[in-house]
Design a protein around this ligand. Structure first.
Ligand code: CO
Length: 204
């Protein structure tokens, strides 16, 4: 079972050791990533590959539609570990255009549990309905909702007590909002980088 994947794994590990004989021994001792990536679970948005980083360089949390819900124990555990223990310097919330989770949040179809998970996106859509309604093209409207969702999640992260406490003790930490394009492989920086408590009010 899964022989192809096991073969792939063996060849990958051999390649890593051929390039750098100490690679795995060094990583085994400790991880010291500078970045936390909060991204969508979509298989087309592989975190490390997109920014061309090796194992050990990127701490990753992924879920459907790249949400940072303030009551989600999974996300909060990742965030606290990244901020308090790893002391990452940057947190990127990374959405992607054409996100099925974002469209599913507002298409009116019922799917079950995921409808509850996606509730925060319906709230974002409601808050920005005037701007969204003014975009006639459906795809472009959904792409804008992907951006607005990312900005909202940047706000969630930046206003979290773990992040605020880090800033309070003078720890350098920036929260960024990016949207990845499936069509050309490039990330679009939304220009909402937040590095200080006073900058949160600029966010939606
Ligand atoms: Co997605």
């Amino acid at each position: 079972m899964l022989d192809k994947l096991k073969d792939n794994n063996r060849r990958w590990a051999e390649r890593k050791v051929a390039q750098d004989s100490d690679f795995f021994r060094r990583l085994e001792r400790q991880q010291a990533p500078e970045y936390l990536w909060i991204g969508c679970a979509d298989s087309r948005v592989p975190a490390n590959e997109i920014v061309d980083l090796d194992p050990g360089e990127l701490f990753v949390h992924r879920n459907v539609a790249n949400l940072a819900p303030p009551q989600d124990a999974n996300y909060l555990s990742v965030l606290q570990f990244a901020v308090d223990v790893l002391k990452v310097k940057h947190i990127m919330v990374v959405g992607h255009y054409g996100c099925g989770g974002v469209s599913a949040a507002v298409d009116g179809n019922r799917r079950g549990l995921v409808d509850h998970w996606l509730h925060p996106i319906r709230e974002v859509a409601h808050m920005h309905r005037a701007e969204l309604d003014a975009i006639p093209d459906h795809r472009r409207r959904m792409d804008r909702l992907c951006e607005l969702n990312v900005i909202r999640q940047v706000r969630n992260v930046a206003s979290d007590v773990f992040v605020q406490d880090a800033w309070g003790r003078g720890q350098p930490l920036s929260v960024h909002g990016w949207v990845y394009s499936l069509s050309n492989g490039l990330v679009n920086d939304l220009g909402v980088t937040t590095s200080h408590v006073a900058e949160i009010d600029r966010l939606i």
